[in-house]
Design a protein around this ligand. Structure first.
Ligand SMILES: C[S@@+](CC[C@H](N)C(=O)[O-])C[C@H]1O[C@@H](n2cnc3c(N)ncnc32)[C@H](O)[C@@H]1O
Length: 244
């Protein structure tokens, strides 16, 4: 029997969601980086820098960047892991992965790029010191399955970093709603010629679990300890899960 899930505010059959998400990222891949800078007013760079600092990747570490897209975290981790380490740049979407791989190569960062679904990771148990997923979990159909896979491929003592949109603080709600539903889709139309994908972005953020719910889900998926770091008034949160 088929179950339903959400694609933004729409209810869709579970088996339809991945194709719809693919459509969004096929459409935005070429303009993804410029849109990220414009719509977050550069803040995504600060959130990512915080994530990289919190990850504490050391020379020689093995790191898996999931839903890595255009590769911002991959690049930073590759510099920290150094020549004795290994960082995998992975994504389910070929257009995003290719755009990211080209950018990494242009920046002199040579790492493996792999097309793979976070819900069925093609890696052995206990393989990585650090796993990251930035702004990707929200788009996954079975978040529990993906988080269980992330825990499985981490070595004991390894950590998962989930950087994702979260629940904004109450006083900011009205302004944030106006920005998300009125400004963002128009910006998407103007810059990327795609209003619908940026409307999906705003809707998918509202449907994503809040910090306490995501923390509980990560624990249920095998993480022994989870720390939550709300950033920018709760616009995003970094969840760090420890595998024991
Ligand atoms: C908003 S982008 C984030 C890219 C990058 N991590 C960043 O922070 O700029 C979300 C990415 O999640 C990927 N994605 C969605 N579902 C996925 C899945 N099931 N497995 C792996 N990647 C997925 C999309 O293809 C897309 O590239």
């Amino acid at each position: 029997m088929s179950s339903n899930t959400h694609f933004g505010f729409k209810t869709v059959a579970e088996q339809e969601k991945a194709g719809m998400v693919r459509g969004v990222f096929d459409s935005v891949a070429a303009r993804y980086d410029v849109m990220n800078d414009v719509m977050s007013m550069g803040l995504h760079r600060v959130w990512k820098a915080y994530t990289v600092a919190a990850a504490g990747v050391r020379p020689g570490d093995k790191v898996l960047d999931i839903a890595a897209g255009t590769g911002d975290l991959t690049r930073a981790f590759a510099r920290q892991a150094g020549p004795s380490g290994m960082v995998c740049h992975t994504d389910i979407n070929e257009a995003m992965l290719r755009t990211g791989r080209d950018r990494l190569v242009d920046d002199g960062v040579i790492v493996p790029s792999l097309l793979c679904n976070a819900e069925a990771l093609p890696f052995a148990d206990n393989s990585f010191d650090v796993v990251s997923v930035a702004f990707g979990l929200r788009n996954m159909t079975h978040k529990d399955q993906a988080l269980t896979q992330m825990c499985r491929v981490l070595k004991p003592g390894g950590r998962l970093l989930v950087l994702e949109f979260s629940k904004v603080a109450k006083p900011l709600e009205k302004l944030y709603d106006w920005y998300s539903f009125k400004v963002l889709p128009r910006m998407g139309q103007f810059i990327a010629g795609d209003e619908a994908s940026y409307r999906y972005l705003a809707e998918s953020i509202r449907m994503h679990p809040g910090p306490a719910e995501l923390k509980a889900l990560m624990k249920a998926c095998g993480f022994a300890h989870v720390d939550v770091h709300p950033l920018s008034g709760g616009v995003v949160a970094l969840h760090i899960g420890l595998k024991c």
